[in-house]
Design a protein around this ligand. Structure first.
Ligand code: B16
Ligand code: MG
Length: 211
């Protein structure tokens, strides 16, 4: 690999929180009488919490909500989501992911997280990765969400690296767009491989060791 560091998206790359996001948004949508399904949930990948709620509200036909009401809805969703995240444990970190991360580190690469999620520290803690990464850039230190490059540029800054020396790993098109906008090469995994924007397409996480 020509880069000196790898910046990983969290949800959909290191771990899978989709089902918990889905359950929490579904409970809120049901309460508000809004149609919500897995397909709409897929559109929320890599998108910030409020932007996700705006997508859900496309199907809302009630009285227009104030910003304060929207915030309250997002807080309610997040409270339930965090309850569900308590089910996560180090057993949710696959051997493949852990061994690949260790393998990359053994090659001398710095490893960072670049996630839109404000729950990143909690999720990393649940997975037993609380102190693992050299830098963590997440929803708590950004003002603009993916596809804006801010979260990845901050990760590079926290690592003390030039963005062009960092490879981004992403499962969402918005994340690939963010990496490209930041001048970084990117490896697509999962759903993101379909859009053709990745510098590399990974069939498996362990393929990172072959770049
Ligand atoms: P939170 P990532 C993203 O994480 C998720 O993919 C997306 O579905 C979620 O809405 C977003 O984080 C915000 O998460 O509500 O926990 O702050 O893929 O960028 O790691
Ligand atoms: Mg993701």
């Amino acid at each position: 690999m020509k880069q000196k560091a790898v910046v990983f998206d969290l949800d959909g790359v290191i771990c899978f929180t989709d089902k918990y996001h889905y359950q929490a948004w579904k409970a809120l949508a049901d309460e508000l009488g809004i149609y919500f399904d897995e397909e709409i949930n897929n559109r929320l990948r890599g998108v910030s919490r409020m932007a996700s709620f705006e997508i859900i509200l496309e199907r809302y036909h009630g009285e227009p909500m104030t910003e304060a009401q929207k915030e309250a809805c997002c807080t309610k969703k997040n409270d339930l989501y965090r309850e569900l995240l308590k089910n996560m444990s180090p057993a949710d970190l696959s051997d493949e992911v852990k061994e690949t991360l260790d393998g990359l580190r053994a090659k001398g690469l710095k490893l960072a997280i670049g996630s839109s999620s404000k729950n990143t520290p909690f999720i990393l803690g649940q997975l037993g990765l609380g102190d693992y990464f050299d830098a963590v850039s997440d929803g708590n230190n950004i003002t603009k969400s993916k596809p804006d490059p801010e979260v990845f540029l901050k990760a590079a800054e926290f690592l003390g690296m030039d963005p062009k020396d960092c490879l981004v790993v992403e499962d969402a098109e918005a994340g690939l767009d963010a990496a490209i906008a930041g001048g970084m090469e990117c490896a697509a995994i999962g759903e993101a491989t379909k859009c053709g924007k990745g510098t590399y397409n990974l069939s498996t996480f362990a393929d990172l060791l072959k770049i």
